[in-house]
Write a protein that binds this ligand. Sequence first.
Ligand code: ZN
Length: 332
Amino acid sequence: MGNQGAYVSHRNTGGDSEQPMTETDLRTHAADIHEQFSDRLDITVEEVEERLDTLVNEYKVPTNEARRSVVNTYLDDAGMERDDLSGGGGNDHKEIADVDKPEEWIDITAKVVELWDATSDAVAQVGLLGDETGTIKFTKWSKSDLPELEEGAVYDLRNVVTDEYQGRYSVKLNRTTTIEERDEDIEVGDDEAEVEGALVDIQSGSGLIKRCPEEGCTRVLQNGRCSEHGEVEGEFDLRIKGVVDDGETVHEVIFNREATEELTGITLEKAQEMAMDALDTSVVADEMHEKVLGQYYRIVGPTLGRYVLANEFEERGSPADPDAVLIKARSM
Ligand SMILES: [Zn+2]
């Protein structure tokens, strides 16, 4: 196994601890709020602080709630929506791997890893941002009127908002976002994931498969047909699409030929022999079920959509009762 320190898994984002409110803190909040409304409302920092002070110290309202309440009052006064507000200085500075909720206003420092072609007029730029912990898609709206980001450059991006689509997170740069280029480089980490648990299912399309031999196409054939190229003479390959249950949730993992051979002890050559003897390729997947289902593994690799690609894995020994694991898995 490789260097453990490189794995990104189960990151502990921690929580904010309760701190007693000091005058300086209130003053900072007040200055933040004042800044957000200074061009719309004729208010002073002192007035804002007084409102906060009343709520926090007289009515014992928690500071965050007090802040929200005061901001809401000023939003009403200014005829503004919450979305019109910039986050001020109140955002968390987050590492990309820690982005795990949609609709959060955050600050990040990241390198533009790739720029993609925008497919909509509403989008000025779209691409991939990266920091040491991983990468994330970004979208910059046309109406946000922000400067052009350059590929390879590193930026402080303040007040971006997170989004989620089919389990994948992204950040949106909007008109309240500020962009500042930094004179430094970042070594962008890959999105390695680590899962550990019982292999509770092997999905269809596993075992001895045939792939389309056409240039640039590696689609798995269904009944000898490629969905793109029709009936073709396929090339044999081995693959396992498995489901790992870590006790809390299930992860889909893919073992390529090399990993499948190591996992099952069945080489591609052996698999072809087995299939020929039985005149049926499904005997290979059946044999694989026998060998690995219910076993415990620790699997590390990059993520591809909802899959973890099993670049490295190790067996963690069998659970006390493999049948119980499978029964539980079937009931989920
Ligand atoms: Zn094809």
